[in-house]
Design a protein around this ligand. Structure first.
Ligand SMILES: *[C@@H]1O[C@H](CO)[C@@H](O)[C@H](O)[C@H]1NC(C)=O
Ligand SMILES: *[C@@H]1O[C@H](CO)[C@@H](O)[C@H](O)[C@H]1NC(C)=O
Ligand SMILES: *[C@@H]1O[C@H](CO)[C@@H](O)[C@H](O)[C@H]1NC(C)=O
Ligand SMILES: *[C@@H]1O[C@H](CO)[C@@H](O)[C@H](O)[C@H]1NC(C)=O
Ligand SMILES: *[C@@H]1O[C@H](CO)[C@@H](O)[C@H](O)[C@H]1NC(C)=O
Length: 182
C-alpha cells in the first residue's frame, strides 16, 4: 500500500473510532472519490474541468504521489480562448456537507499561473484566494485556500468558483476539502 493511501486509511480508521465516541471528527471529501461517510461527490460545472491525473492535454502536471488519493481536478478560466467552449465563464465545483468547519485544499503552480478563486457557502460569498503568479515558486501541495471555523452547524452547500468575469487567466487544481462533522 503506498504511504499516502495508508495514511489516508489510518486517518479514516481513527476518524471512525472518534466518531463512535461522539467527538468532533474531521471528514475528508476527495475531489474524485467523494465523502466516504455520506457518499457525496463534487459536481463540476463548466466544460473546462479535467480529471487532473488522467489529463494528457493539461500543461500543469503536479506529482500524483504528493496529491491526496493521487487525484485532482484541473480547470483554467480564460476570458477569450479558442480552445474553450465557454470563455469568460467562471468554473464551479460544488459539494454538500454536514458540518461546522470547512478547510479547502488545492495545489498551486505559482511559477506559471495566477489563482483567482471565490468561495460560497449556501450561495453566499464568504471568501477568496487571489494570488498573482511569481516566477520562482514551483508546485505547492496542500495549500489551504479557504478556512471557516464558524459555520452554523448543519447541512450546507460549498462552491469553489474559479476565475472572474473579464479577469485574468486563472488555474485551479482542486485536491480535497475537510469538514468537522456535527
Ligand atoms: C480538523 O482539521 C483542521 C485542519 O487540519 C485542524 O486544525 C483541526 O484541529 C482538526 N479538528 C479535529 C477535531 O480533528
Ligand atoms: C459558476 O457560478 C457563477 C456564480 O454563481 C456563475 O456566474 C457561473 O455562470 C457559474 N459557472 C457555470 C459554468 O455554471
Ligand atoms: C482515469 O482513467 C482510468 C484509466 O483509464 C479510469 O479507470 C478512471 O475511471 C479515470 N478516472 C476518472 C475520474 O475519470
Ligand atoms: C463562515 O460561514 C458562515 C456561514 O455559515 C458565514 O456567514 C461566515 O461569513 C463565514 N466566515 C468566514 C470567515 O468565511
Ligand atoms: C444544496 O444545493 C442543492 C442543489 O441546488 C439543493 O437542493 C439543496 O437544498 C442545497 N442544500 C443546502 C443545505 O443549501
Amino acid at each position: 500500500m503506498p504511504l499516502v493511501r495508508l495514511s489516508y486509511f489510518l486517518l479514516h480508521l481513527i476518524s471512525s473510532v472518534l466518531y463512535t465516541e461522539g467527538k468532533l471528527v474531521n471528514i475528508t471529501i476527495d475531489d474524485t472519490n467523494g465523502d466516504p461517510t455520506t457518499g457525496e461527490h463534487f459536481t463540476y460545472l463548466g466544460s473546462a474541468w479535467n480529471v487532473g491525473q488522467n489529463c494528457t492535454g493539461c500543461a500543469d502536471r503536479p506529482d500524483p504521489l504528493l496529491v491526496l488519493d493521487g487525484t485532482w481536478h484541473d480547470a483554467t478560466f480564460n476570458v477569450q480562448s479558442t480552445e474553450m467552449l465557454e470563455p469568460n465563464i467562471p468554473l464551479n465545483a460544488s459539494v454538500a456537507f454536514n458540518g461546522a468547519t470547512l478547510y479547502v485544499y488545492c495545489i498551486t503552480d505559482a511559477a506559471r499561473e495566477h489563482s483567482y478563486m471565490t468561495f460560497y457557502i449556501d450561495n453566499e460569498l464568504v471568501g477568496s484566494y487571489i494570488q498573482n503568479k511569481f516566477e520562482i515558486v514551483p508546485f505547492e501541495y496542500n495549500v489551504l485556500v479557504y478556512q471557516n471555523q464558524s459555520i452554523n452547524p448543519g447541512p450546507h452547500n460549498f462552491t469553489l468558483s474559479n476565475g472572474k468575469v473579464n479577469g485574468a487567466k486563472a488555474l485551479v487544481l482542486l485536491d480535497y476539502v475537510v469538514y468537522t462533522s456535527v
